[in-house]
Write a protein that binds this ligand. Sequence first.
Ligand code: 4AD
Ligand code: MG
Length: 432
Amino acid sequence: MPMPIIAIQEILDGKSKGESVTIRGWIHRKRESKQTIFLIVRDASSVIQCTVKRDNPFWTQAKKVTKESPVMIKGTVKQDKRATGGYEIAVERLSIIGLAETFPITKGKGEETEKFLRDNRHLWLRSRRMNWIMRVRSEVLRFIHEFFRKEGFIEVSPPMFISSACEGGATLFGLKYFGKDLYLTQSAQLYLEALIYSLEKVYCVAPSFRAEKSRTIRHLTEYWHVEPEWAFAGMDDLMRVEEDLVSYVCQKTVENCRREMKSLGADTSKLIAVKTPFPRIKYTEAIERLNAKDFKIRWGEDLGFDEEKALAEEFDKPFFIYAYPRQIKAFYCKTYRDNPDLAMSTDMLVPRIGEISTGGVREDDKEELLKRLKEFGLREEDYDWYIDLRRYGTVPHVGFGLGVERLLTWMLDLENIIDAIPFPRTIRRFYP
Ligand code: 4AD
Ligand code: MG
């Protein structure tokens, strides 16, 4: 009977000391000396050193095998303090599943240029670093779904082709749709609002598209957007769910991704410290704090990346800014009834990245909504179906949008958002 294939991580966990095992993976690196060939083999779970001695009948195979060739190896597990991971395999059988051509990436991050690795992203995804990030990303998504399901939200699937803007025309990607002008979605929000009348509490995790000309460490043109929307709720409910979600994801990720986070050099103590309630300041206070720090920003102006970073430094953890001037927030934002200059809108900010989410109470009154559309220069006929939601059974409701990649960039201390997604799309980058 053939031996079952074992994951390399299981060996490193010390479960097969002295045993004979079979592993399957790719040659991650190869080193040779006169008497020994060291094959560093990688599978999805980890890497391990496999040694072939000169008198081994598989010596010629080991000589021949190239970096990135898929292989199957049978051998005995030995504890060896010198080997990374503390274990190695003394090879007894080596079969080459396919011989790889000379691999273009020879070194790795820090030694090959950032541009070269980005141009070869399809190959660089095999690096240990990208493997760890993608594993954490998968877990973060799992905990996001877990959280909403635990809270009674129903997952829904919004459209990607849309006919009118949610977040303003400046960042809309247009496309031809059988001769008509359509757009790629910027946010599922308006559709989620329609769905609450059936399901009350809904959420989605879906792509959003932004024709962002900004070249910063926090902008993609295609990103994954977590958006919940729910009925019979106000500002307080909104901020509570939002902070509960973020702290749940942080705690669960630290618990479940210790190894990956350590390998990435990410600061786990920062995530452990994420506890509710999060600090909340009003926009007006944010402006005062900034002016005290010599920022020239005036009341009524939107916060830029630098302003957000300066504020976030003061808190050193996630926090909310709320009650923004209505003119800098979207048309659908409800205003405070006792102060119509202010929108019931809130952003969550984190150190180094600034905004990771925006949410708020939606204007639920038809007449007010019509006024807001006019104020923003939007055509009523483009939003007719949306106005229907205020005609037939309107209720107070809230929602927010959280960018998955921004959250990950902060959680993992990534230098740039492009490493938070396997195939990043930015103004310049759409290949591979
Ligand atoms: O602040 P935004 O534009 O808000 C909305 O789209 C609302 N309709 C969401 C809602 O209430 N359902 O986008 C929400 C979040 C941002 O806070 C940010 O995390 C992320 O989406 N985001 C981006 N992430 C990466 N690259 C970009 N270009 C992004 N633009 C927005
Ligand atoms: Mg925003």
